[in-house]
Ligand binder design. Structure first.
Ligand code: SF4
Length: 328
């Protein structure tokens, strides 16, 4: 499969109080055409920052792209002109955000919001844009389409609005859809309907999806590959089967231990991970996870591990570093 998107050693810094604080460090991953890649981690791990960095949506007065490359169709987004960025955002790469109540404009009719990307990126023909919007609203299961088009976001439920956001994201036939916690603000029943809908649309449109979530159970059922992030770094990546069946990083193991299993009647308490994800300003020396890790070694407090490649996985942990040399 050809790579649609590839991040190479991307590091992003936060500029604050005359200092430059790393918030994303050495991010490497790719998304192939038609692939679903899941990015998982607790809040504050850097998932959303990574998703916004892809199209340089992080305000450049506050964040600096310190090093690395963001290659979309082999062109480095960090070298894009304003015009190229404009066509990328909402055109070739579209986003669905967590809360449709905040991502949609409350004082603009749905009709005006949904046709906007089409008018900007494809054609100024308003009639054509409305026809496409009505078609897509039907596709995502909206009824009373003409009434919905004339309504305002505050007149609808979160589930309906998220369906409208999905339709809006598809107006320009994006090659990559970035779904940033698209269902976590919704009821569980609506969540599964929307995930099914996204899967159906992805199949029909042959687009790639970067699916960001804190819910490893949810994304494992729909993704091809998975990335686990912790405190601004990727700590494990691999195929969904390999990571779910044999997690390597202690953080991944802990995340999996916190998922309930349907049908498990043992009444065993779910595991929790003590402590919290440190803020970038407090990223510790050594392995970022060491204060919460049950397997920490002395070296973990002073040195940050590199990624070690295994057959279907890569992992950032001293428990595996040196394996390649040993096995060579
Ligand atoms: Fe735990 Fe050390 Fe591995 Fe970090 S490097 S995850 S502290 S064992």
């Amino acid at each position: 499969m050809t790579d649609l998107l590839r991040l190479e050693n991307l590091s992003v810094h936060l500029l604050a109080n005359h200092s430059s604080i790393p918030v994303l460090q050495d991010i490497n991953f790719s998304v192939a055409e038609g692939e679903i890649l899941a990015v998982v981690g607790e809040s504050g791990c850097g998932k959303s920052l990574t998703s916004l960095a892809l199209t340089r949506l992080l305000p450049e007065k506050v964040f600096s792209y310190h090093s690395g490359k963001i290659l979309f169709q082999n062109k480095n987004v960090l070298e894009f002109s304003e015009t190229e960025l404009y066509s990328l955002r909402g055109g070739e790469i579209a986003y669905i955000f967590q809360d449709p109540f905040t991502s949609l404009n409350p004082i603009k009719k749905i009709k005006d919001q949904i046709i906007e990307p089409y008018i900007i990126h494809i054609s100024q023909n308003k009639k054509e844009a409305i026809e496409k919007a009505e078609f897509l609203l039907g596709k995502v299961g909206i009824t009373d389409i003409k009434d919905r088009m004339e309504a305002y976001p505050g007149q609808m439920s979160g589930g309906i609005l998220q369906r409208i956001s999905i339709a809006m994201s598809l107006m320009c036939n994006p090659k990559l859809l970035v779904a940033d916690e698209p269902t976590s603000a919704l009821d569980v029943t609506i969540q599964s309907q929307l995930v099914d809908l996204l899967m159906e649309i992805r199949k029909e449109n042959k687009m790639s999806i970067l699916f960001i979530s804190h819910d490893i159970g949810l994304v494992s059922s729909i993704s091809d590959r998975i990335i686990i992030m912790y405190a601004g770094q990727i700590v494990e990546s691999g195929t969904v089967d390999s990571v779910m069946d044999a997690p390597l990083h202690p953080y991944t193991t802990a995340l999996l231990g916190a998922i309930p299993t349907i049908g498990d009647l043992s009444h065993k308490r779910l595991d929790s991970i003590p402590g919290i994800v440190p803020a970038p300003i407090d990223f510790p020396k050594g392995c970022h996870f060491h204060a919460r890790c049950t397997k920490a070694l002395d070296i973990c407090k002073t040195k940050n591990p590199n990624m070690t490649d295994r057959e279907a996985q890569s992992v950032r942990c001293f428990l595996y570093e040196g394996e390649q040399t040993k096995n060579a």
